[in-house]
Write a protein that binds this ligand. Structure first.
Ligand code: NAP
Length: 286
């Protein structure tokens, strides 16, 4: 059987790094996405020490820039003309209002829009695989999203509410998965999302190693990263989920997401995401 290839975004820490280690151990070729060369080198050293026979390679890109996402997709397409799985995992929470390079609220930009853009550019490579998979690390925090969102990229005026915005991005992960799956009907590619549990990672530190993450502060309650990665690894590697595509999983079981995950919301999110990405890519000429 030929070796399968997976791209994992945000594979330099936490759930993504643990997922990369396990899939490498299972014989997958793992494209380890890092925000830059230095972070990638560190992850590669960790992975090669843990799985000496593993097949790991680094690709880089800052997900807060759609130009950089396009460049990342180019690197991946060159290394993997056939991509068996794309695990959109990178993400986090911001304590303050910030904007991406494209002027989009930063959590929506990194946690959702980058995954939307990357997936759209890599669909030809995923379709070239016998049973391509797109997996999203969502969260049980998705019900915190506001109800009935009309404009997904409107940065609401007034006080910035980090958890509400985070919940919105994680609802977006579920809606994107559902809508993508609907659009992929009749192809060999399926899409799946999951909640990893409450996992001890650097989540909440905002990428600043000097800041303590939520989980370092409450670490005794949290799961180790390999447990958090488990359902993601299952969705990438097990034949079972492809039989019920488009679903949201918790502890390897399909579960109904919040009632906010409607078809209409997914269609609206898709149209608005597509328009933003097209505009940014036209401007950047990529
Ligand atoms: N931990 C939990 O309890 C929990 C619960 C539910 C869902 N999740 C979800 O799990 C996913 C992984 O989070 P984690 O808990 O493993 O956190 P983490 O340890 O902070 O890992 C996040 C990863 O995303 C990368 N990343 C963040 N922003 C990026 C950017 N602009 N460009 C490129 N890479 C970027 C990080 O790179 P750097 O290392 O360079 O910052 C890192 O590799 C996230 O989507 C999160 O929402 C986590």
């Amino acid at each position: 059987m030929s070796q399968k290839t997976v791209l994992i975004t945000g594979a330099t820490a936490g759930i993504g790094l643990a997922g990369a280690q396990e899939l490498g151990r299972r014989g997958w070729k793992v494209l380890v996405h890092a925000r830059n060369e230095a972070r990638g080198k560190g992850a590669l050293e960790t992975l090669r020490a843990a799985v000496p026979r593993g097949d790991f390679d680094v690709v880089t890109g800052d997900l807060s820039s759609l130009k950089s996402v396009a460049e990342l997709a180019r690197q991946v397409a060159a290394k993997a003309p056939v991509l068996d799985a794309l695990w959109n995992n990178a993400g986090g929470i911001q304590s303050e209002r910030k904007a991406s390079a494209d002027g989009v609220e930063l959590q929506m930009a990194v946690n959702h829009l980058a995954a939307f853009a990357l997936t759209s550019r890599l669909l030809p490579q995923l379709k070239a695989a016998p049973a391509g998979r797109v997996v999203a690390t969502s969260s049980g925090a998705h019900p915190l999203a506001p109800g009935n969102i009309q404009d997904w990229f409107l940065d609401r005026p007034g006080k910035y509410r980090p958890m509400q915005v985070y919940g919105q991005t994680k609802l977006a992960n579920i809606l994107f998965t559902q809508e993508l799956n609907r659009r992929l009907a009749g192809t060999s590619v399926t899409a799946h999302s999951f909640h990893p549990g409450f996992v001890r990672t650097s989540f909440g530190s905002g990428g600043d190693p000097s800041k303590k993450s939520v989980f370092e502060m409450m670490g005794f309650l949290a799961l180790p990263p390999e447990k958090g990665a488990d359902t993601g690894v299952f969705l990438v590697d097990d034949p079972e989920p492809a039989k019920t595509p488009g679903r949201y999983w918790v502890k390897r079981k399909p579960k109904n997401p919040s009632g906010k995950a409607t078809l209409e919301a997914g269609a609206r999110l898709w149209a608005q995401s597509e328009a933003l990405v097209e505009k940014a890519w036209q401007k950047a000429e990529v």
